[in-house]
Design a protein around this ligand. Structure first.
Ligand SMILES: [Zn+2]
Length: 464
């Protein structure tokens, strides 16, 4: 019995686009054929997708969604709703390195269990986890093999921040994760260069948000990227570079890949669409763009688009941080280095990559699908997701390429009180989002259910 038949849309995969019908049975894609009209009479539901693109749901491998708290019991659920509105059917998040002082936070596996318990019945779309290895945990690297066996094969380490790790720890983490079929994600910025430049600014009384950018220029990221690549080469381990923001760092990744090293890098929509002129805004507005690495100068977005088109950059993910201007960002009054780093983006991934990438001719539709769905699924061990083909999860987005809309925070569903893209006109719009055969968003309205989303245990062995 066919539960759902999506008829007459243009089905896009990484390999090509064609008019096709998609049949769904028990949450799984059971057929993709030019004409499945014969199933119309018996299908439980038939959806007309004429004029729409049928895309595999986006997979956002980099978010910092926050688990529910007593004060904000809906915030994880709400960000999962935002993901669905944006066409993201699976997102990855992290254990909170800020809980390092708690008993659970001192253990990698404790942090994993804590996160899973806190989110177990909250999400409207599927979720998975990467574990942050911090300097506050007792023996995180010793716990890496068990975490991988528990379905969490990806880890993240920071070269900066108080919870960041030193190079020796980074090197061991790369080696142990790699040996056990895991992968380490690294936030690459050079701690000493950054601290020295920050101290100089502060000593000169330069405390405004704009100095966030000049405290960490491209070489701070590029030098650290080169060092992380060197450590991965020595450890014979894969490396995943998060939120690459500039041509200088991209050059190191390109060289490593030319050498044949398993080095993968993501970039984010904000680096593809915004530049450092935002730091010239009034301080309270500039604070909204305090993210790390910072927004870069003119020309940098084009270099990143070229990297995406050429295959030097593997994928696009959001680095979504649900900060609010009125709460986490308000410390701009003290000094730039006290401002919470990050910005919201969980709802705008697919829309921005389509509008700025496909619509403007920088990448093709198939490359877009590869960048936001197929490659994230492959690299992060989500073998049942990321493509529209028989046997995969029926995670589908019905996307209207002819629509045009203006992004406004009031229309978005995330838990932040702003969007970095306020007022931006984008081509295309998500009409409906389907997760394992069930509509979560239908014709622009939320019809999903809290707890529909499952935790996905992953294995990089299964990655296709
Ligand atoms: Zn991040």
């Amino acid at each position: 019995m066919t539960d759902l038949l999506v008829r007459g849309g243009t089905v896009v995969t990484a390999a090509g686009s064609s008019r096709a019908d998609v049949a769904v049975d028990g949450g799984t894609i059971s057929a993709v054929e030019p004409d499945l009209g014969g199933l119309t009479a018996t299908a439980r539901e038939v959806v007309d997708a004429t004029g729409l693109l049928v895309l595999p749901g986006a997979i956002d491998v980099h978010t910092h969604t926050r688990v529910a708290s007593d004060a904000e019991p809906d915030r994880f659920f709400q960000d999962s709703v935002a993901a669905a509105f944006g066409g993201t059917t699976t997102f990855l998040s992290f254990n909170n390195p800020g809980t390092g002082a708690s008993a659970a936070g001192r253990s990698l596996l404790g942090g994993m269990r804590e996160w899973r318990a806190a989110t177990a019945s909250d999400s409207a779309v599927d979720v998975a986890l990467s574990l942050v290895i911090t300097s506050a945990q007792d023996d995180p690297i010793g716990e890496v093999p068990d975490a991988i066996l528990s379905g969490v094969p990806t880890f993240k380490a920071f070269m900066v921040y108080d919870f960041g790790v030193d190079d020796a720890t980074l090197s061991r983490a790369l080696e142990v994760a790699g040996r056990h079929r895991g992968m380490l994600e690294v936030h690459c910025e050079d701690r000493s260069a950054l601290e020295e430049r920050t101290a100089r600014h502060l000593a000169a009384g330069e405390t405004a948000p704009r100095f966030h950018a000049s405290s960490r220029p491209p070489f701070v990221e590029a030098d650290a990227t080169a060092r992380a690549i060197g450590l991965a080469r020595a450890a014979r381990a894969p490396l995943y570079v998060v939120h690459l923001s500039c041509a200088e760092a991209l050059a190191h990744v390109r060289a490593a890949r030319a050498e044949g090293l398993p080095v993968h890098a993501e970039t984010c929509p904000h680096y593809l669409t915004l530049t450092d002129e935002r730091y010239d805004l009034a301080p309270e507005d500039a604070a909204r763009y305090v993210i790390s690495p910072p927004l870069r100068g003119p020309g940098q977005p084009e270099a990143l688009w070229d990297g995406l088109a050429a295959g030097d950059l593997a994928l696009v993910a959001t680095d979504h941080v649900p900060d609010r201007v009125a709460v986490e960002k308000r410390s701009w009054r003290e000094s730039f280095d006290r401002i919470s780093n990050g910005g919201p983006g969980i709802e705008t991934l697919l829309g921005l990559v389509y509008s700025e990438g496909v619509s403007r001719g920088r990448i093709g539709l198939e490359r877009m699908v590869e960048l936001v769905a197929t490659t994230p699924a492959r690299l992060f061990g989500l073998g049942s997701k990321g493509a529209i083909e028989r046997g995969r999860d029926a995670d589908l987005v019905l996307f209207d390429p002819a629509a045009r809309r203006t992004l406004r925070a009031v229309d978005l569903h995330h838990t932040s009180d702003y969007t970095p893209y306020e007022g931006r006109v984008v081509e295309g719009a998500v009409r409906s989002t389907i997760v394992r055969g069930a509509f979560v968003v239908r014709d622009g309205a939320f019809v999903g259910r809290r707890g529909h989303g499952r935790f996905i245990e992953r294995s990089l062995d299964a990655a296709g």
